[in-house]
Design a protein around this ligand. Structure first.
Ligand code: PMP
Ligand code: GLN
Length: 391
């Protein structure tokens, strides 16, 4: 958030400025840098997914899909939830297709929140959360996750809940830290939700990107949680199709109806042929999903030693596309924003300053995020360039 007032802009969005992803991707293009900033892969996803979308275009499926999403995709989403989590959803009343997880989050938050409601969530957090909460006239109550393990203090979480709290918003695997909340952590959040009768909205876009022995625990699978949880995900990360913007949410019909009511006035619908492609992806064999995670784990393991060698303090990451580093060994004043703005010019590499993911910006001032969802030769080039920094 920036402090200067922008003319004409609604008071609700004063301070939000331009997203860092747009700024940093533009800087990468302008400077010819290796872009380890915005999280998008640089290889295409499975041919089955791409071909299904192309076939849908060629066979004339190019008009508005139904408001809640194409039946073929809603059915594939319900089957996916059953296959991976043992959760049963009715594709007609309990599944909604959205314009990426971003619109699922917007629909859920705008559909569920009233002015004055509070949302308890962790920071760092994906940047759209705060903006959508602000648009809804609600207030974000962030609880800070701190390195090196990015765990949370249960008393702090409990203290953030007030009589005005309407919902908890939980992202795991977590952007930008790569933290995967374990079963005990998820259970302790679930216990609080039940105790205080709260809705939980989960952001699970990296559900298939867990490394080592980390396991994604879906909130809705915990006892008593299915009927108070809206689970959000999208096809972008799972099928290397971030530009398609096909997302979804699943939950009990009353929560889905609330989100759908808001969503229908945001985009109404999107991406008909892409919905067919993602439906094909969700039906791929288990080996596709394990192979995806194994590939990204190898990419992580290619970048991380290079970041260590460059002199950063590197925090462990067990999921997502991202790794977070402390820049202070290389820049004593710990100004991550200045570091990221200079890095393309100094080293030809783009990264993201983690402070943009915090409401309490000082908590993330010295932290920087690198994305490793890139081809090996691209990661090697970045490592080579970063090595020159400490020299
Ligand atoms: N949530 C998180 C945590 C993310 O990192 C992203 C970025 N892709 C999104 C939501 C948005 O996903 P989509 O591109 O499907 O809108
Ligand atoms: N989720 C991706 C990231 O965190 C991209 C987000 C975006 O461009 N809005 O980098």
């Amino acid at each position: 958030m920036t402090s200067s007032r922008v003319p004409h802009l609604t008071a609700k969005l004063q301070g939000f400025g331009t997203t860092i992803f747009a700024e940093m991707s533009a800087l990468a293009v302008a400077t010819g840098s290796v872009n380890l900033g915005q999280g998008f892969p640089d290889t295409d996803g499975p041919a089955e997914v791409l071909d299904a979308a192309v076939d849908a275009i060629r066979s004339g499926q190019n008009q508005y899909p139904p408001g809640p999403g194409l039946p073929v995709l809603r059915t594939a989403i319900a089957e996916h939830q059953q296959r991976f989590y043992g959760l049963t959803y009715d594709p007609d009343s309990e599944v909604l297709v959205t314009a990426g997880a971003t619109e699922a989050l917007a629909g859920a938050l705008l559909g569920l929140l009233d002015t004055g409601d509070e949302v308890v969530l962790f920071e760092p957090m994906y940047d759209s959360y705060q903006a959508c909460i602000a648009l809804a006239g609600a207030t974000a109550r962030p609880v800070t996750l701190r390195p090196p393990d990015y765990g949370f203090d249960l008393d702090e979480l409990r203290a953030a809940i007030t009589p005005k709290t309407k919902l908890l918003l939980v992202n795991t695997p977590h952007n930008p830290t790569g933290k995967v909340l374990d079963r005990a952590e998820m259970q302790s959040i679930a216990d609080l939700a039940i105790e205080h009768d709260l809705i939980v909205v989960t952001d699970e876009v990296y559900e298939h990107l867990c490394f080592d022995d980390a396991e994604h625990v879906a909130m809705a699978t915990l006892p008593g949680m299915r009927d108070r949880t809206l689970s959000i995900s999208s096809g972008g990360k799972t099928f290397n199709t971030t530009g398609w913007k096909i997302g979804w949410l699943c939950g009990p019909a009353p929560l889905v109806t609330a989100a759908r009511t808001a969503k229908q006035f945001l985009t109404y619908v999107n991406g008909g042929p892409f919905q067919v492609g993602i439906a094909a992806g969700l039906r791929l064999d288990a080996s596709y999903f394990t192979g995806l995670a194994a590939g990204l784990q190898a990419q992580r393991d290619r970048l991380v030693p290079g970041l260590v060698a460059a002199g950063f303090e590197v925090y462990p990451t067990r999921g997502t596309y991202f790794v977070t580093v402390d820049i202070r060994p290389l820049r004593a004043d710990g100004d991550g924003m200045a570091f990221c703005r200079e890095l393309p010019h100094r080293a030809g590499v783009v990264a993201i300053p983690n402070e943009v993911f915090y409401a309490n910006r000082h908590e993330g001032r010295h932290l920087v995020r690198f994305a490793f969802c890139k081809r090996p030769e691209v990661l090697d080039q970045a490592v080579e360039r970063l090595a020159a920094l400490g020299a």
